[in-house]
Ligand binder design. Structure first.
Ligand SMILES: Nc1ncnc2c1ncn2[C@@H]1O[C@H](COP(=O)(O)OP(=O)(O)O)[C@@H](O)[C@H]1O
Ligand SMILES: [Mg+2]
Length: 309
């Protein structure tokens, strides 16, 4: 049985007259890393601001740890930890003193609580140094430690790898996976970079123009996005080749005399050559253009609103 920690239902945000978040529904489970992937301007931050209570919902409902953000904000937000973009910290204070200061804003956080999260983010050896000496990755980790102090169920991170170097991104990835898979937190992370999500997330929802296209496991997304190739063939009978390929493989083929051009999944290329040969059509030359996952992702999100099954 999966436990739903974040439940977003028919969430909509209208700015002016435009639906910037348009009837978005999804659930995030305990112990998973959930990626919220979409190009700039897709509505990710707006969604996160509504989840955190920083923006009002035009319509819809959000439950965190079973508590309604509208009806029981205090309880809902007590289940939520998060950093939005760069964590704010006092640079001339040590990491530890920053944590102490932050803890003093809440009731009942002990020194043991602080030490526990410092160890969790593996900052115990550096926590007494001044924050200005930290790398951005270390500051992020202290920021995450702060947001874990009040024992939330879900950690929300809005594009946390912005500005991190590759080593920092790698470290952050391992760390977030550990929090989810070993400690049972839900981790909700937004990004506009597909390859970043691929290595990190258990499930990914793709958002574009305010609409959530679908939620799938990363493997399923890879299957949807991967392996398309664009084929340009010079054949002895273009019209006949078009007819055969369209009939057999259900794709649209453009034809100009002896040239045909179409996009298919890469594993079909061999079959297509065989089909043409069997029908007496010779392939005089062939050009194959690989399409990257990223290209297909961009195509998918720029034609947003298109249903993805
Ligand atoms: N306070 C606001 N007032 C008006 N429009 C806004 C406001 N905040 C965001 N938007 C618009 O909503 C859209 C989504 O923005 P945002 O949620 O920041 O996207 P993302 O985080 O995915 O890059 C953008 O077109 C943005 O200009
Ligand atoms: Mg944003």
């Amino acid at each position: 049985m999966v436990e739903v920690v974040l439940d977003v239902q028919n969430l909509t945000k209208i700015y002016g007259k435009v639906k910037r978040v348009d009837n978005v529904s999804f659930q995030v489970y305990a112990g998973e890393v959930f990626g919220f992937l979409g190009p700039n301007g897709a509505g990710k931050t707006t969604t996160i601001r509504m989840i955190s209570g920083l923006a009002t919902m035009s319509s819809g409902e959000i439950f965190i740890g079973g508590h309604s953000v509208k009806k029981n904000f205090k309880k809902a937000v007590s289940c939520l930890g998060g950093i939005i973009e760069n964590p704010e910290m006092y640079k001339y204070m040590s990491g530890y003193d920053n944590m102490k200061y932050y803890a003093s804003l809440y009731d009942g956080i002990t020194d043991e609580d602080i030490w526990e999260v410092v160890k969790l983010v593996k900052m115990e050896n550096r926590i007494h140094e001044k924050v200005k000496k930290y790398s951005l990755g270390m500051r992020q980790r202290v920021g995450i430690a702060q947001s874990l102090l009040h024992h939330p169920r879900i950690l929300i991170l809005d594009e946390p790898t912005n500005g991190l170097d590759p080593a920092g991104i790698h470290e952050m990835r391992d760390f977030l996976k550990m929090l989810a898979h070993e400690r049972g937190y839900s981790v909700f992370i937004s990004s506009h970079i597909l390859t970043e999500m691929q290595l990190l997330c258990d499930r990914v929802g793709i958002i574009a123009n305010g609409k959530l296209l679908a939620v799938k496991s990363m493997d399923e997304w890879t299957e949807v996005l991967d392996g398309s190739v664009n084929l340009k063939m010079n054949v002895t009978d273009g019209a006949k080749a078009k007819e055969l390929i369209e009939e057999e493989f259900k794709v649209d083929v453009a034809v100009n005399k002896s040239l045909i051009n179409f996009t298919v999944r890469s594993e079909l290329v061999q079959e297509i050559s065989t089909l043409l040969a069997r029908s007496g059509i010779a392939v005089l030359s062939m050009y194959t253009g690989e399409k990257s996952l990223e290209d297909t992702f961009l195509e998918l999100t720029s034609s947003a609103g298109t249903a993805v099954k």
